[in-house]
Design a protein around this ligand. Structure first.
Ligand code: ATP
Ligand code: MG
Length: 440
């Protein structure tokens, strides 16, 4: 069931990713293609407009008619190379110039040479003068030729009776280029499509990972929490049921049962508080109330009850306060942190063992060490003790109670203060917890 849900979620991620990638690539491809196409045609149109506005060029074309007819180059012809005595074509290979008479006859059929065959079917039109248009001409082999064309009206008083000059650029080769670009782009699209499928696959896998981890953690947390809540509840229920079986007993006679129940209720209360704090810390709902506090004074007051407890348990508790100073922190939370560490230090030491709390202010941090010489923590457990509900095997066997959430809370408190908490071994035996909180 769980697996199915996460699989569905992953498939959804995969599809969303793929659609996003594919659309981005597609839009990009279309834009590139459009830009390329217009820029290719634009250069043709610019040249046509340029030639249509060039008087010398146009007059040259008319003079060419004379040349074609008389075989003589006028000396002022822009197309006449006087040194070589040759005629340079006025236009590039793709460009044709047609000179029209008033009646729509082609005047320069000779000058066009073999190209005349292709162009003789062209329709004479004066509808759109001075603007570049697209025209199609069926050539002698019945192929359709594509042209960009501009027609310019001429003064009809010229010698050759030229009424209109039409300049044409054959766009078939350009069309070929555009076609090729289109094919390349489509090939690229296909490659990118395949890439986006692969990418989406890994991306969906990768983005599901943290979700799965936090989901599993949440699941574990809820399972552990309900398990821990059930134990004291079962005890209380059993004790209360036992009371019912002895209706004649006095409170004094059942004081042990009642006391046990009360202890369990207290434990439940504490556990609920802790769970609430952890749940709130997960959703960042806890706000620290920081204030500048004199550290030595604070520590003396905070650990006084634990010194008494240690004394009662026959343990030696030393407080070493080195450099004093003012640090801004959340009084309640840091007190809770000390309680967690001192509670562990007392729980996991035996009679006559020594505990020590040291505090000092270094260059830019406040360092607190809780050192004990008790049972110690095995190396491989050190990584896990800060996990929620983790309890070492030895502590499970002890009659110390506890749920394994003390250090998880401690870690959260330290990190909320942007500090660090580490664990190491004490000499010759035992455990040292080092907390360092930044001064700023
Ligand atoms: P809780 O604090 O919730 O009452 P707990 O003490 O078992 O229960 P933590 O404080 O989170 O839980 O500690 C986790 C585990 O780390 C403990 O069960 C214990 O095995 C180990 N541990 C913690 N502090 C010490 C210590 N000073 N010496 C040896 N082992 C320790
Ligand atoms: Mg603890």
């Amino acid at each position: 069931m769980k697996k199915q849900r996460s699989k569905n979620q992953r498939i959804r991620y995969f599809i969303v990713n793929m659609i996003s990638f594919a659309s981005i690539f597609l839009i990009l491809g279309i834009i590139v293609f459009q830009l390329l196409q217009t820029s290719i045609y634009q250069s043709v149109d610019t040249e046509l407009n340029h030639l249509a506005g060039n008087e010398t060029f146009l007059e040259g074309q008319i003079k060419m008619l004379q040349v074609d007819r008389t075989g003589q180059f006028p000396k002022d012809s822009p197309i006449f190379d006087s040194e070589k005595g040759t005629k340079t074509p006025p236009n590039n290979f793709q460009q044709q110039v047609i000179l029209w008479s008033e009646d729509g006859d082609i005047l320069n059929s000779e000058g066009l040479g073999s190209r005349y065959n292709d162009l003789q079917n062209i329709q004479f039109s004066t509808d759109q003068l001075d603007t570049v248009t697209n025209i199609e001409v069926a050539d002698s082999n019945d192929r359709t030729l594509q042209f960009r064309s501009i027609t310019v009206p001429m003064m009809s008083n010229n010698d050759e009776k030229v009424a209109y000059i039409q300049i044409l650029t054959n766009t078939d080769p350009i069309k070929g280029t555009v076609e090729r670009v289109k094919q390349i782009l489509i090939a690229c699209m296909v490659i990118f499509g395949v890439l986006s499928i692969i990418l989406s696959y890994f991306l969906s896998k990768w983005s599901m990972k943290p979700i799965m981890v936090s989901w599993r953690k949440q699941q574990e947390f809820v399972e552990n929490a309900s398990h821990e809540l059930r134990t004291p509840l079962t005890i209380i229920q059993a004790k209360l049921e036992k009371l019912f079986t002895k209706p004649n007993h006095t409170i004094l006679e059942e004081s042990e049962t009642i006391a046990t129940s009360l202890t369990e209720v207290q434990r439940l209360g504490q556990l609920t508080n802790d769970l609430l704090l952890l749940a709130r810390s997960d959703s960042n709902a806890v706000v620290l109330e920081k204030e500048p506090i004199n550290v030595n004074q604070f520590l003396e007051a905070a650990i006084a009850p634990y010194q008494e407890l240690a004394l009662a348990e026959n343990k030696d508790f030393i407080l070493v306060l080195e450099k004093d100073g003012q640090v801004a922190f959340d009084r309640q939370k840091i007190q809770q942190l000390l309680i967690i560490l001192l509670d562990n230090a007392l729980k996991y030491t035996n009679e006559q063992d020594q505990l020590q709390l040291t505090s000092t202010i270094e260059k830019n941090e406040w360092v607190i060490r809780v050192i004990d010489h008790g049972i110690g923590i095995e190396e491989q457990q050190k990584k896990e003790i800060f996990d929620r509900f983790y309890r070492g095997d030895q502590s499970r066997n002890r009659k110390t109670g506890g749920y394994g959430i003390g250090l998880a809370i401690a870690k959260w408190i330290v990190e909320a203060h942007h500090g660090k908490i580490t664990v190491s071994d004490s000499e010759p035996k035992g455990t040292t917890f080092t907390v360092s909180l930044p001064l700023k």
